[in-house]
Write a protein that binds this ligand. Structure first.
Ligand SMILES: [Mg+2]
Length: 127
């Protein structure tokens, strides 16, 4: 993750796509613009899920076993879904780099915090 974040920092610099930091208003606009772009990429992830579900449902309607239909649909969207996750990561790493946040440390710290949380949601286990 640290390597990817360092790569993203150089990449965004080379492309001149860094968060502007020359004054507050420009920085604010730049952060909000990048946040907006992240949300559009997140919507594109949802579109890939939708494509997979539509593909699976069509195959199920045509008589295919549900699990087999979904396995085929997953495989069909895998490459494009990976691209959309990558787009999301590009914006997340850019904003994290602006704030000088080490995402790897933040990730493990947060996962540990969640694991040790006392008020976790109660989930029913399959019987
Ligand atoms: Mg995209």
């Amino acid at each position: 993750m640290k390597e990817m974040q360092a790569y993203a920092k150089q990449y965004h610099k080379d492309m001149n796509w860094e968060i502007h930091n020359d004054n507050y208003e420009r920085t604010r606009a730049s952060l909000l613009n990048n946040y907006m772009l992240l949300t559009t990429e997140m919507a594109e992830v949802a579109e890939e899920f939708r494509r997979a579900f539509n593909m699976a449902n069509k195959s199920i309607q045509e008589g295919m076993d549900e699990d087999k239909a979904f396995e085929l649909a997953k495989e069909a969207v895998k490459e494009d879904l990976g691209k959309e996750f990558a787009d999301c990561l590009a914006y997340i790493t850019k904003m994290a780099n602006y704030f000088e946040i080490d995402l790897e440390d933040s990730f493990y710290n947060k996962m540990n915090e969640v694991k040790n949380r006392k008020n976790k949601d109660v989930r029913l286990m399959p019987k």
